[in-house]
Design a binder for this molecule. Sequence first.
Ligand code: FAD
Length: 354
Amino acid sequence: MSTPPYDCILIGQGLAGTALAWRLHWRGFRVLVVDREPPVTASRVAAGLLTPITGKRLATFPDWDLFWPEAVRFYRRVESETGSEFFHQRPAIRSFASEEERDLFDRRLDPALRSFVRPADPPLREDWFDDTWGAIEMPEAGRLEVTGYLDASRRVFLSVGAYRNATIDPERDIEPDDNAVRIPSLGVQGRWLVFCQGYDPGSLSRWFSPVRFNPAKGEILTVRVPGLQEPRVIHRGVWLAPAGEGQFRVGATYVWDRLDCEPTETGREELCRKLAEFLKLPFETVGQAAAVRPTMHDFQPVLGLHPLHRRIGIFNGLGSRGSLLAPRLARLMSELLVGGAPLSPEIDVRRWYA
Ligand SMILES: Cc1cc2nc3c(=O)[nH]c(=O)nc-3n(C[C@H](O)[C@H](O)[C@H](O)COP(=O)(O)OP(=O)(O)OC[C@H]3O[C@@H](n4cnc5c(N)ncnc54)[C@H](O)[C@@H]3O)c2cc1C
């Protein structure tokens, strides 16, 4: 990554833009990342959890065996290149919330689900947690300290002149032609420009107008739990994730209206109530944050190049799984830009134009 003209300009340095910047850099592209640095973004609010099983119905992530090893390799490589530690591989616990949930698990014999779990070892401590219906452990799980990862990446990008703090108006600031895309307000141009803006209602309007968001607001708490020393993330209706220095994060809510980044009393009460259903220790709320997950209408990520303006691309729709999805999808996007490798139709933005 060095001086202009760039091979690729990325608008947005969340989980999407950061992963794509690394992937392109490793392939020898000169990259410029531009971000407006608002105080709150989805990536900076996210707990960064990676787990193969989610939700009440114990849904398994279908391509876990593809995405998980690639995410591990990717974050380890970025750790080594930034000299920072932010990725923690550690089993996560799924504690059953009711007899019905336990029965559902006992009846489900599908090999995928079984391959992701084993008995919790050590079991949950009964003086800390309600364990009435038992718990299982997911040995393959991880937690990305997202802010640490984004900040460490940004420092490296800055040090090689590959990062700018600016707000880009997609309607007015972008001038593409057959060979390049210019941003006159920044005095830069790239062979490609990729929008990695997360949820931003205006972001799709001019260049990707057929693409539709179905975003979900989420809230998350930071709590202090004196005496609790459980290093594993516990999932039971909500999750409780260690955050260091005696603090834990608790999340997350899902709301499909009021799509703003304002924490609410309702969100706090819901998270506290669900936490108290399984945590026996007293806790104190010391922080609260909210942001909007960039989920698309068809619940699939969206990446690729504009069908007409082939110099303009998009990388978005990471929904509630940005930490797991970004490393592999960024590689696929980089292979499209560097070598023209086609994307599969279910993730290619061109599906929205069919
Ligand atoms: C409460 C909550 C909990 C979550 N927990 C998890 C979790 O445990 N695990 C997980 O994997 N995922 C989680 N997620 C989902 C995760 O946050 C998203 O998948 C991910 O952050 C999306 O990343 P992104 O880069 O697409 O978007 P963003 O994080 O929104 O990044 C977009 C970036 O683009 C910049 N930008 C936008 N427009 C412009 C512009 N015009 N000019 C310049 N810059 C611009 C913004 O400043 C921002 O930095 C959670 C989300 C929420 C809300």
